[in-house]
Design a binder for this molecule. Structure first.
Ligand code: NAD
Ligand code: UD1
Length: 332
């Protein structure tokens, strides 16, 4: 593919989006990031802000994007491919505000797809989620397992996948949807109790604050490191790999929240007390993926193991001992 091509990354100031931006910029592409900075940070992309191949657009995917798209095209020419990450990402927030979740995660995605359809975008990558599965799904879960979400967030991700498939069949759109398991690594924001568990626990371990485990801690997750995820995204986005496919992205390794806590406390050399609170509504009990489709279609082979990834993330967590985690410890 022409490395001068113009790629749009929605949500590119966020955690996974910004790592994807790094790979695309290093590969020589022209990159536009569209982000409303609701949960993303300019610091995540500060190394690119003044780069001549980089363009940041502060815009909201729930609004009319005509002017935003026009500005990007004026700057770098037609948009060749789109990586669509922008979303409301917290399962509990979607339960409190299902309408808001539809507006951002479903209507926002439809807006991106409409642009892609009318402007002959060659391929759209979509950040889907393992939250489309429920507790009745087999363990490990495969893409053929029935998707039956337990939250509006999962419903909207699944509905967005149906839109992708519909646009492919009706308008010839090419897409790949990756259903991420639990992604972790540097730049994952630990600031609210809705944040990813690893980002919260690392910050709390480092600052010596109590760690709250919801439920008995024997619930499991499949934690995949962010640079491995970004590589899978870029492979799907820039090639024909995984065309019009839905693919789980994880490691195939099932980890209990208790074991995770133990490893984090050990690596951080922390004596943070651990307490338990009741299970969070909508929480899935066990989550781990099969790897077959990711290997077959994307040659996906995650390189960073949990312990190594935690170590690298720990090096990124601010080491000051006083910073509180806003609202942390509240029960869902
Ligand atoms: P993140 O919150 O760091 O990134 C989301 C980005 O989207 C942020 O930069 C935010 O400012 C932006 N955004 C949110 N609403 C927007 C709007 N209305 N208009 C424009 N920009 C908006 O989260 P993340 O963990 O990097 O998640 C990226 C994507 O991956 C999301 O679609 C999420 O649902 C999906 N995902 C994440 C995980 C995970 O474990 N982190 C797992 C499965 C799927
Ligand atoms: C996460 C992602 C979601 C993604 C999904 C894919 C975030 C904020 N959410 O949801 O976008 O689609 O993975 O699998 O990144 N826990 C505690 N204590 C805490 C926080 C969490 O015990 O302080 C537990 C939770 O109860 C849960 C587990 O840790 O059992 C993981 O929680 P969390 O990191 O919020 O992720 P998911 O809900 O799995």
């Amino acid at each position: 593919m022409n490395t001068k091509a113009h790629i749009l990354v929605t949500g590119g100031a966020g955690f996974i989006g910004s790592h994807t931006v790094d790979l695309l910029m290093h590969a020589g592409y022209r990159v536009s990031v569209l982000d409303n900075l609701s949960t993303g940070y300019l610091t995540n992309i500060e190394q690119w802000i003044d780069h001549p191949r980089f363009n940041f657009v502060d815009a909201d995917i729930t609004t009319d994007l005509t002017a935003a798209f026009a500005g990007m095209v004026r700057r770098f020419g037609r948009i060749e491919r789109i990586a669509h990450f922008a979303a409301q990402t917290a399962v509990p927030i979607s339960m409190d505000d299902p309408v808001g979740d539809i507006q951002t995660n479903l209507a926002g995605t439809a807006r991106i797809l409409e642009y892609a359809r009318h402007n002959k975008v060659a391929k759209v990558f979509f950040a889907s989620s393992s939250a489309v599965y429920d507790d009745d799904a087999p363990v490990p879960v495969s893409e053929e397992s029935r998707a039956r979400p337990t939250s509006p967030y999962g419903i909207d991700k699944l509905a967005a996948e149906f839109y992708l498939d519909y646009y492919a069949r009706l308008y010839g759109l090419t897409f790949t949807a990756l259903r991420f398991m639990n992604v972790f690594g540097p730049r994952q924001d630990p600031k609210s109790w809705y944040s990813g568990v690893i980002s919260i626990f690392l910050e709390r371990a480092v600052t010596g604050q109590p760690i709250t485990i919801f439920d008995d801690g024997n619930q499991t997750r499949d934690f995949v490191y962010v640079t491995d995820v970004a590589e899978a995204v870029v492979r799907a986005l820039l090639s024909d790999a995984g065309n019009n496919a839905i693919i789980n992205i994880g490691t195939g390794v099932e980890v209990t929240i208790n074991a995770l806590t133990h490893t984090i406390l050990e690596l951080a050399g922390s004596a943070s007390p651990v307490r338990h609170e009741p299970a969070r509504a909508g929480d899935i009990r066990r989550s781990v993926t099969t790897m077959d489709r990711a290997v077959a279609l994307l040659n996906f082979n995650p390189r960073v193991e949990l312990r190594e990834g935690l170590h690298a993330t720990l090096a990124w967590v601010p080491q000051e001992k006083t910073k509180p985690v806003a609202g942390s410890g509240a029960a869902a």
